[in-house]
Design a protein around this ligand. Sequence first.
Ligand code: ADP
Length: 399
Amino acid sequence: MKVLVLNCGSSSLKYQLIDMENESVIAKGLCERIGIDGSKLTHKPTGKANYEVEAPMPTHTEAIQMVMDALVDLEHGVIKSTKEISAIGHRVLHGGSKFTESIVVDQSVKDAIRECFDLGPLHNPANLMGIEACEKAMPGTPNVAVFDTTFGMSMPEKAYLYAIPYEYYEKYSIRRYGFHGTSHMFVSGEVIKFLNLDPQKGKVIVCHLGNGASISASIGGKCVDTSMGLTPLEGLIMGTRSGDVDPAVLQYIMNKDHIDINEMLTILNKKSGILGLSGGISSDFRDVEAEREKGNHRADVAMQAYIYRVTKYIGAYTAAMNGVDAIAFTAGVGENDKKTRKAICENLSYLGVKIDDKANDVRGEARVISAPDSKVKVVLYPTNEELAIARETVRLTTK
Ligand code: ADP
């Protein structure tokens, strides 16, 4: 069975065609600048040369058609006909409080994704466009929506409610949803198998540390808490996002600088995090670490604050679960940055965490990085959101 996985942004579309017999990627690629001059498709068929096509893509419909053409192209293609694609899995950012699970798309699902445009204004419209473009290009092929928010739907009320008047939850569904759900679901589930933990009771903390960053606590693969909130702004310090701040800070800055709430939120989403804290060095951790090594104080403090925030959340989530069996690192920083992993773990000796420097000297490979006598196992586990979406798509279309 072959599954196409799509991740549509407002002007981009990433895809992977996965053979689910052996979970191997047959082809992947990217359409860029959809709706803008200079649209381009980059197609990477496994075992063949990359293929680039520049052609106008005014909407996602043309982009999907170009992906289909590339997949069946005589020279660069990997399948004979799009009929070989059994189903399409779509990453959808926000499912609001309606979806507690991934779901096969029908009209009511599309209506619900539209109802969540307010909650995911940049992503949900693009996600819906991708679904509608696939319906046009491949009528009859099932589409599955896999939401970033469904993992967080198993949080108990005490974890997902904000302590604001309850009427806002009732009227507007204001609650903590959490994001990176597909990654947290995948990694927590895989870590339970990898470490042979109790499938019902295994307590796992997943640190998804990329440019966006979030952390989750789960028991038996079910989320009990996660750090992002109504939007991805809450929680950890990220590349450009502030994470937790006192909301009164917003009012203070807005009054002083005479800016409106939209501008303020742009500052918190795009100009804060390690970019802001480091005094504008970069949102890329490699750049900030390079400056830190040269003795730059702002870079040093930015990294210290980042590590401190992750460590505090691990402590809080250990308390939330009354214990932890395993701590997993994943995503760009989590998979590649041994120094940051070590620095975080050094603050966890009170839990009996002991990092093994030799084992920790690794990038992008599933591996236990704690010492044999560490009371809590620490692992590096590479995330694979596309595979998680493809597995969900198979599960829901082959019942
Ligand atoms: P996203 O999907 O949120 O864009 P990724 O998971 O791809 O993010 O992670 C990107 C981040 O990973 C970049 O900010 C980069 O700084 C960081 N990163 C990648 N490699 C390294 C490394 N060797 N050391 C430190 N940070 C790294």
